[in-house]
Design a protein around this ligand. Structure first.
Ligand SMILES: [Ca+2]
Length: 325
């Protein structure tokens, strides 16, 4: 059933436009590879739905891979949801590049503002500029791809936006980082091993609390087939169609977005438990190992709610349409 968030009249005859927004929106930066897998598109759709509902404020988005269609595809989604003005940055140094089943077609078939990946600014400069504007300890960083950009941000020097080094700026402005990555308590997962040096550096040096949604969390949650019922004007539907014919796909990246916006204050206690008090080690081959330590800043999600119920929550967000259409 479609949920409508246009203004509605409640019994008191008071007009309200965002009935779920009891708190200020969570400011987030969304860093994505949006290339080999389609769950990045689902994650972006969930994030925009949460922004529609007044639960999230998208401060910036960034691309951590070199596929030239990926930034345009991400820009399509921002544009479709009425947020084409969100600052969008692209990795400038060495990074991964793989073919995508959907990114080029999405960029060719749907409107977007960005003309080419080369026109997009350096993602580190974008992140630094937008971080510098945020209240202290407020922003939630979401990563659903390789950790190339996060490593580069931490290693960045002071610039016109801020005298602080990257690690100092993150420590000052970021409340938490929610990372889709790793497998718990140990394993070897794509987002960490595909750029293992970056992952090892970012995980070791990130100065705020970090919550991981590991491979095992999203792997059991199937979502996407519900998009068959959406209009063909939806780039979210089209991406899933191009990827695998509108069948369900695992929901790895979607879980990180949902937790980042609703979970950090305990709002998803019925959905996932959280295992705290430790440190994640990323080894040279990109495999990871959890080490318990009372002072550790890291935590990871643990399955609680049946996956089908989590999927229902995610799918209700995936199919939410733009506010202005
Ligand atoms: Ca991804």
């Amino acid at each position: 059933m479609k949920t409508c968030y246009l203004p509605l009249v409640v019994t008191s005859l008071v007009l309200v436009s965002r009935p779920l927004a009891a708190k200020p929106p969570v400011p987030v930066i969304f860093d994505t590879d949006m290339m080999t897998d389609v769950d990045d598109v689902g994650a972006a759709a969930v994030l925009h739905a949460l922004a529609n509902r007044g639960e999230a404020r998208i401060v910036a988005v960034g691309v951590c891979v070199k596929n030239p269609w990926t930034p345009l595809c991400l820009d399509v989604l921002n544009t479709y949801f009425g947020r084409g003005d969100i600052p969008l940055g692209v990795v400038r140094g060495a990074a991964r590049n793989e073919p995508s089943k959907y990114a080029e077609a999405i960029a060719r078939e749907f409107p977007h503002r960005l003309k080419s990946a080369a026109d997009a600014p350096d993602v580190v400069a974008v992140y630094r500029r937008m971080l510098a504007k945020q209240p202290d300890a407020s922003l939630v960083f979401i990563s659903v791809g390789q950790l190339t950009n996060l490593r580069d941000l931490l290693q960045s020097p002071g610039d016109a936006a801020s005298d602080l080094s990257g690690v100092e700026l993150v420590e000052k402005k970021v409340r938490a980082w929610v990372c889709m990555g790793g497998a718990f308590p140990r394993g070897r997962e794509y987002n960490l091993f595909d750029d293992a040096p970056a992952a090892a550096y970012a995980v070791k040096h990130w100065p705020t609390p970090v919550v991981f949604s590991g491979f095992e969390i999203g792997n059991e949650i199937a979502s996407g087939a519900i998009l068959r019922n959406e209009p063909k004007t939806s780039p979210v539907r089209r991406a899933y169609e191009l990827y695998d014919g509108l069948h369900d796909r695992q929901s790895w990246d979607l879980t990180a977005v949902l937790y980042a916006v609703r979970g950090l204050d305990g709002g998803l206690a019925d959905m996932w438990d959280i295992h705290r008090g430790g440190t994640l080690e990323v080894k040279a081959d990109g495999s990871n190992q959890w080490h318990a330590s009372p002072a550790g800043r890291h935590a990871y999600l643990v399955k609680k709610m049946p996956p089908q119920k989590v999927a229902a929550v995610l799918e209700a967000l995936m199919i939410e349409r733009p506010l202005h259409k």
